[in-house]
Ligand binder design. Sequence first.
Ligand code: MN
Length: 494
Amino acid sequence: MLKKKEYKFWFCTGSQDLYGDECLAHVAEHAKIIVEKLNESGVLPYEVVWKPTLITNELIRKTFNEANIDDECAGVITWMHTFSPAKSWILGLQEFRKPLLHLHTQFNMEIPYDTIDMDFMNENQSAHGGREFGHIFTRLGIERKVVVGHWSDEKVQEKIASWMRTAVGVIESSHVRVMRVADNMRNVAVTEGDKVEAEIKFGWSVNTHAVGDLVQYINAVTEEQIDAQVAEYQTKYEMNTDNIASVRYQAKVEVAIKKFLEDNKADGFVNTFEDLYGMDQLPGLATQDLTGQGYGFGPEGDWKIACLTAVMKTMAQGIDKGTALMEDYTYHFGKDGEDSYNLGAHMLEVCPSVAEGTPKIEVHELGIGGKDAPARLVFEGKAGSAIVATLVDMGGRMRLIVNDVECVKPIMPMPNLPVARVMWKPMPSLEEAGEAWILAGGAHHSVISYTVTAEQLRDWANMMGIEFVHITKDLDMDKFKDQLMLSDIMWKLK
Ligand code: MN
């Protein structure tokens, strides 16, 4: 992955001065212990930082504004230790612009039955303090994540960990820069979109750069740089071709694209086989190896997928089991009640993070584009649970569509297929999921991820203020159609 910041999350505890200094001292002490234990758990991907107890409107507002401008802070976790009157939070919450998790927990796990008295009740009243706090969010219509349970429970910690990744996806989204080294493929609708809307909603900066500028970078690559890049390929992949000249050209292109991206502080790029003026091959191996390093990529000018890939790779950072550009290519329809499968692939550019085993470098004709035969990685995808996600512009709003899928080892060998591919069974079935996906207007390009979850993408979409559609094993087609219709009306009213 492209190495992202060492983000931190602030832990802010809510209380008030009604219960006296001794109680407030306990509140602070308890919060510090929770923070310490959460950090020691090893479950959280980012550090939690204790902040002084929030008891006044002024301090709440000041703390949230400090969190806004602190570049290291990716979000705030709040906990109402006692009853904190929620009117005190209105201004601070209205001015806060980062992700917030409401941890509805309490210091003690069980009720101390033998000793419980009114002092204990006054000091440990998260059960109703958290409801007061939750109410004001709902009334203000502010997005937040709610996690309920004891803070020492690993399931609770895992929920916090998962949300932290979503929060980093939200924060990183606002810096995503994608270089369009090509326009959208001619006449294609679903890969088009409103780039201004994308920058408003997501913060994605998508700007055009001439292919000729990239060609100048390609021409500047030295033989020594190509040697070093090829040597790196040999450590990661199996060379399964005699056409070393083609591999060397991809190495040259990779060195050039990487420098081009670095010079422009970009997180990803798009290109198209229709616009390779001055280039000998469509980047294949080059693009695959770059996406394996964490760069976003979209083919045929699909900048939405390039940005989404970059964001999802950021969310999966450190634990990624595979996150890649994908395209629905061809089907295996089952007969006599057998499962049907989707064979996903692309002309060339699927990321090797989803590969089972060591990918092979091969050189084959492309069949379209009229350029030289490009070197590419050929592999089969991993088996396992995953999601496929796509983002479409509905005209006036963006819609994120996610389908839960079960990836399988391809059910038959395909010795003549010269591309990277993944075979999966969409949930609940190819036939039903395919109908739902098409009714929702879903694209042929998607991002497949074995790590990022539908829940994370739903929370991310909610934070971004866009529509989210989820196709699951429990799909009910009638309800799904009603949901799309109602959702359409709702988003047009917004
Ligand atoms: Mn495509």
